[in-house]
Ligand binder design. Structure first.
Ligand SMILES: [Zn+2]
Length: 214
């Protein structure tokens, strides 16, 4: 899942309006922020395999540290502890977002999602059908956007346009991944992954700073 994770980050703004969208996105996407780093250092493995599922050309050979349920619970506790600084509501939201990544990926991935390193792998395989994936993920994303728009208002033109552009760009990348060619190499994949994390988290933080909770 891609934009579905962002959807939960957007919706979480309602629960903790004072917390930056950049942080909420980082929590919802923490698994996919860690994953390209772990690929780069050889801790985890992926294979480019067009047709692996209808939706993605990637075969997630091994990613127990970024994508197992057990480790995401640990990452959620650690990230929540660091980011929330004892604001318990914020802690609960961040922890839930980090772990939600596993739940959403469990729904979409074929059975390649580990429960714990070396443990059984599960997945409901929504990605076997492109229409079914779009039918779940796009409405989820639109709902997240709607909640975010109802929770915040722009302070200036940056708050209005940079956020709209971010929302549209994420959707465009999602569609582009679907219709575009597979990544040329695993190296290209993790470079784009790391760069993408930096750009989109910074962009979300910047756009959100120019909006205020209603
Ligand atoms: Zn993921």
């Amino acid at each position: 899942m891609f934009i579905g994770h962002f959807a939960l980050g957007l919706a979480a703004k309602r629960a903790v309006p004072r917390v930056s969208l950049g942080l909420l996105f980082a929590a919802a996407q923490l698994a996919d922020v860690l994953w390209p780093i772990f690929l780069a250092i050889g801790l985890e493995q992926v294979r480019i395999d067009p047709g692996n599922t209808a939706f993605t050309p990637l075969d997630f050979v091994s990613y127990p540290y970024s994508h197992s349920l057990a480790l995401l619970i640990v990452w959620g506790l650690v990230f929540g502890w660091i980011a929330a600084a004892r604001r318990w509501r914020v802690f609960a939201v961040i922890f839930t977002l980090v772990v939600s990544h596993w739940v959403l990926d469990y729904v979409t991935h074929r059975p390649d999602m580990p429960l714990y390193p070396g443990g059984p792998k599960v997945g409901l395989g929504l990605w076997n059908s492109v229409p079914a994936t779009l039918a779940v993920e796009v409405p989820l994303y639109l709902a997240g956007l709607w909640i975010y728009f109802r929770t915040t208002r722009p302070l200036d033109a940056i708050g209005r346009w940079s956020f709209g552009l971010l929302a549209a760009t994420l959707l465009l990348i999602y569609v582009g991944n679907l219709v575009g060619p597979p990544p040329p190499s695993v190296t290209a994949l993790w470079i784009v992954g790391i760069a993408g994390s930096v750009i989109f988290l910074a962009w979300a933080w910047w756009a959100d700073r120019h909006r205020d909770a209603i």
